[in-house]
Write a protein that binds this ligand. Structure first.
Ligand SMILES: [Zn+2]
Length: 478
């Protein structure tokens, strides 16, 4: 008598990501009951064993764990593409827009980024933002998995307008303490919410953006509540300059001194970290997020990821923000990560396709502390699964002998548009390339309207005259 399950995927090119590689199984099958994977094996064996409510024929498709985007700032998607090709990306590109990013615009940005990520196979979104009302509800409503980090800093918005490069930030005790209280309240409401799909991390934005006492306060909270820390570390020469002026130390040494370097820390970027600093952070047990597209465009730098992984630390991938990347697409991040590192080291064997696929799946789950639940296709794990159509022109032909070409094609040739099905927590959110329950047209109309509102406000604000991209605009280049 066949056992009942909700969904049975059959005839797939199955990549479980178990073991040290990609865990390939030809003609593979996966059974899902509720929100869990209950069996994995050959199509012949599982077809005999189960009577599914829905049988999905995955012939000519790759079946993979859902992709994990560990570091995003989704609200900025509402001003995608406004801050590239400039020096001082933050001050001369993004900050003028940020003065006019009202709540509805921020929420529209989050919806846009979420749909872009979901449709290109991302099932876990690691979003980092000011916790405005309605932000977390979007992830709950959309059905995706999310690791949400409310931003904590002590930067008073009014005073930052007058801040000049090279000055110390005017850190403010009240602003910082309120920011910490907001994060604690957010965590108590959302950590473990939506049937466990949503978890929370604490986000001291950078070592330069809180006072020493506030940094210690956040670390004490994280340790006592068992909540992980998600922090930009050595993210630019601006940060290093602040740290040297305030503490006489570069960020990694400072974080080591105040007890921040341990397995609770998810360190983002490490743009300015030296090889020795990177190894010290990795040896401490901390994890790293690499944002290849964003840091490439904003800074022209390839962060020290090979060094971090060589020292044994897991590295997740992140798409960062669309105002400087310009997309939330893990296929893009995988390709750029492999290419940039090969170019950096002038070595084609660096960062092979299977390694970056692991960074987008199981290694990303390890970096987020979620490897018991997601990141690979294993019995007992959450059913976060995607199908990629291998009959797309750019992925054809499919070969399995003598050389299997599927993973290299997924990393170097796929665009994300070949994702035909996305399942999160056992629920199908995308089927035949179309969103099942989300009104995509409404999201597109809303984001266009809100972006135009923000742009109109900025046009009336004289600060727009300081934006670096005005020069190429006037020269007819944009
Ligand atoms: Zn960031």
């Amino acid at each position: 008598m066949a056992e009942s399950v909700d969904t049975l995927f059959v005839h797939a090119h199955l990549f479980t990501m178990e073991g040290r590689g990609v865990g390939y199984q030809a003609d593979g099958a996966v059974a899902v009951r509720g929100n869990r994977i209950v069996d994995i094996g050959s199509t012949a064996a599982l077809e005999k064993r189960y009577a599914p409510a829905e049988r999905i024929d995955a012939a000519a498709h790759a079946l993979l764990p859902g992709l994990i985007d560990a570091h995003m700032h989704t609200p900025w998607a509402v001003v995608r593409g406004v801050a590239q090709d400039v020096a001082h990306w933050m001050q001369k590109g993004l900050a003028p827009f940020s003065r006019h990013l009202h709540r509805e615009a921020a929420l529209a940005g989050t919806w846009l980024a979420l749909l872009e990520a979901l449709k290109s196979g991302t099932t876990t979104l690691g979003d980092y933002a000011t916790p405005i009302e309605g932000w977390a509800d979007i992830f709950a409503a959309a059905g995706v998995r999310a690791v949400l980090t409310p931003t904590i800093n002590a930067l008073p918005p009014g005073e930052m307008a007058g801040w000049r490069m090279g000055d110390l930030y005017p850190l403010n005790d009240d602003v910082g303490e309120r920011s910490i209280r907001d994060a604690v309240a957010f965590a108590s409401e959302w950590h473990g919410a939506a049937n466990g799909r949503i978890t929370v991390m604490y986000g001291p934005q950078g070592a330069d953006m809180l006072t020493l006492e506030q940094l210690r306060h956040v670390k004490r909270l994280a340790a006592s509540e068992g909540i992980l820390l998600h922090m930009h570390v050595a993210q630019g020469d601006r940060e290093i300059d602040q740290m040297l002026k305030r503490y006489g130390k570069r960020t990694p040494a400072f974080l080591d001194q105040i007890g921040y370097l341990d397995e609770q820390l998810l360190a983002v970027h490490l743009t300015e970290a030296t090889a020795d600093e990177t190894a010290m952070i990795a040896y401490s047990g901390a994890h790293m997020v690499l944002c290849s597209g964003s840091i490439g465009i904003i800074d022209g730098i390839v962060p020290p990821t090979v060094e971090f992984r060589t020292a044994g630390g897991p590295v997740a991938l992140g798409s960062d923000q669309a105002a400087g990347n310009n997309c939330h697409n893990l296929f893009n991040e995988m390709k750029l990560t492999a290419l940039f590192n090969k170019i950096k080291f002038r070595d084609p064997t660096i960062m092979p396709a299977w390694e970056v696929l692991r960074m987008a799946t199981i290694e990303g789950a390890q970096a987020l502390g979620l490897e018991q639940e997601i990141g690979s296709i294993e019995i007992g794990k959450k059913a976060d699964l995607i199908l990629v159509d291998l009959s797309a022109l750019n992925l054809m032909p499919t070969l399995v002998e003598p050389i299997r070409n599927i993973v290299p094609n997924l990393v170097y040739a796929a665009t994300g548009r070949e994702v035909t099905l996305v399942m999160v927590d056992g629920q199908i959110l995308l089927r035949n390339g179309r969103l099942v329950a989300i009104d995509e047209a409404a999201v597109i109309a809303e984001v266009q309207q809100r972006a135009e509102e923000v742009a109109a406000e900025l046009q009336r604000d004289p600060v727009h005259l300081e934006m670096a991209l005005l020069q190429p605009m006037r020269a007819g280049c944009l």
